[in-house]
Design a binder for this molecule. Structure first.
Ligand SMILES: NC(=O)C1=CN([C@@H]2O[C@H](COP(=O)(O)OP(=O)(O)OC[C@H]3O[C@@H](n4cnc5c(N)ncnc54)[C@H](OP(=O)(O)O)[C@@H]3O)[C@@H](O)[C@H]2O)C=CC1
Ligand SMILES: O=C(CO)[C@H](O)[C@H](O)COP(=O)(O)O
Length: 454
């Protein structure tokens, strides 16, 4: 990511010095920089790196999240001056960014935490950039970040989100949505493959068709390519030789943890993280199959069109949850997160870019603070697609095909359209065993039940 970002910066006309802890990597990078090499100064020590940059310096750190960032900051800080600016462009837990920002405020170079999305390709040719930090820091870096960012109809996909960890928080939620979006696509893939018996080539064709409709998005586009790709070694669909255990580096989990701490429901993301965790338990899955057998019910009674609608509904519900989490976080942390701008800078460059985000940006601007599902055109789309989401979840359950993120999104939707739910019983139980009290519907105050055990 760092190498790709450096080439992007150089390509946009900014001279850049580069350093990697492994000098061999720096040499290879420089040797492969081609036409851009004259704008790149390869450095083999941090001292040479800092000396190669004119003050006031802007220094980007793009290393593995966690301790490596702290280590890198620790060795860089003594070499930098108070007018310099240190930026962590990797994925970071926003609490770490808050801590690093606070530490920087007590002296030395200023610090920014900036979320960058788009994978290597995005970093090289135009990512989506979610910057945290002060207005003053943003003013210093905006010319570089807006130049290297993806452009949507000419508009740079880069913006300042708020102080301290706000940029990394937004990037974390972006990734949480990414997890849920990917999981839902994998779930409909499962229904098509394991339920309807479509082969990967046929599924690729379905994804390609969907990519020309309301589901058009980077993730559907690449899913079509992944499904269509053959293994050069065996000639089989590559999907068939990929181990079905999903990796994860932590951003989905961070989203869920923060959402839980804030009391904000992101059930589709929770289901997606849990699904990755379960996917990693291969031996337990094998044992489960041995003990219980894998359900081999009738093929699910759903069409490919119903799956398209179900995915659309699930996706809208998941994005509504993500934006809801951002709203709650903004209130809780005293940030003014620019939600319509966030939707706008996600329209290009980032992994979750999709045509829906344009409408989301408009809806969020037109109705600030509203739940996306309550706003046009999403209310109408949900009314139209809800039945298929329900049919797919029900048919998948009957066929023994797990669709946890779609089911979680549907359960959220059904819960949030029911005036009277079932928590009356929970309150009764809590009062019974813990004297926690409950509110009554007919008069105010805290009440207890006349519980007796016969
Ligand atoms: N890959 C992606 O699609 C995206 C990644 N990110 C984020 O960008 C950051 C970098 O990711 P990525 O480029 O994929 O990761 P890589 O594993 O490809 O690169 C990690 C880099 O960090 C360096 N590094 C690791 N540990 C240390 C350390 N203790 N001290 C100094 N340098 C260290 C490595 O050096 P060396 O070469 O010597 O091993 C390497 O240059 C991460 O925060 C990641 O989450 C963000 C968006 C997308
Ligand atoms: O930030 C990213 C994309 O936006 C990175 O690719 C990140 O690694 C994705 O998360 P994970 O590795 O957990 O799937």
């Amino acid at each position: 990511m760092g190498a790709a970002l450096a080439l992007n910066i150089a390509e946009k006309g900014f001279p850049i010095a580069v350093f990697n802890r492994s000098p061999g990597r720096t040499r290879t990078f420089f040797a492969e920089a081609g036409d851009l090499a004259p704008r790149v100064v390869p450095c083999e020590t941090l001292e040479a790196f800092v000396a190669a940059i004119a003050a006031p310096r802007i220094v980007i750190v793009m290393v593995t999240a966690g301790t490596p960032v702290d280590d890198q900051i620790a060795v860089l800080r003594p070499l930098l001056g108070p007018d310099d600016l240190l930026i962590d462009c990797g994925n970071a837990d926003f609490h770490d960014t808050e801590r690093r920002s606070a530490a920087a405020a007590s002296g030395g170079p200023a610090f920014m935490g900036v979320g960058v999305s788009g994978g290597e390709e995005g970093a090289r040719h135009g990512p989506s950039i979610m910057a945290g930090g002060t207005e003053a820091a943003w003013a210093k870096v905006a010319p570089v970040f807006t130049a290297i960012a993806a452009k949507y109809e000419g508009e740079p996909c880069a913006a300042q989100m708020g102080p301290g960890g706000a940029g990394h928080f937004v990037k974390t939620v972006h990734n949480g949505i990414e997890y849920a979006d990917m999981e839902m696509i994998a779930e409909v893939y499962g229904v098509m493959r394991q339920g309807l018996g479509l082969d990967p080539a046929a599924i690729a064709a379905v994804f390609e068709r969907w990519n020309r409709g309301p589901l058009a998005s980077y993730l559907i586009e690449i899913s079509a390519i992944v499904a269509a790709t053959l293994d050069p070694e065996t000639g089989r669909p590559l999907l068939d030789v990929i181990v079905d255990s999903a990796g994860q580096k932590g951003t989905g989990r961070w989203t869920v943890i923060e959402a839980q701490m804030l009391g904000a429901p992101v059930t589709a993301v929770e289901a997606a993280v849990a699904a990755r965790n379960l996917s990693a338990r291969r031996e337990e899955r094998r044992l489960g199959a041995e003990i219980f057998g894998t359900p081999a019910g009738n093929p699910p009674d759903v069409t490919v069109e119903a799956l398209e609608n179900a995915l659309l509904a699930g996706k809208i519900l998941c994005y509504a949850q993500g934006f809801g989490l951002l709203s709650t976080a903004a209130r809780e942390f005293g940030w003014t997160l620019p939600l319509p701008t966030i939707a706008r800078i996600w329209r290009a460059g980032c992994i979750i870019r999709s045509t829906l985000l344009g409408d989301m940006a408009q809806a969020l601007a037109a109705t600030p603070g509203a739940d996306l599902t309550h706003v046009a055109p999403f209310t109408d789309i949900l009314r139209r697609t809800e039945g298929d989401l329900r049919r797919v979840v029900a048919a998948a359950a009957l066929a023994g095909l797990p669709v946890p993120a779609l089911a979680a999104a549907l359960a959220h939707f059904d819960t949030m359209r029911r005036v009277r739910g079932t928590a009356d019983l929970i309150q009764g139980q809590r009062d019974f065993f813990g004297a926690h009290g409950f509110e009554r519907v007919d008069h105010p105050g805290a009440h207890h039940g006349p519980w007796t055990r016969s």
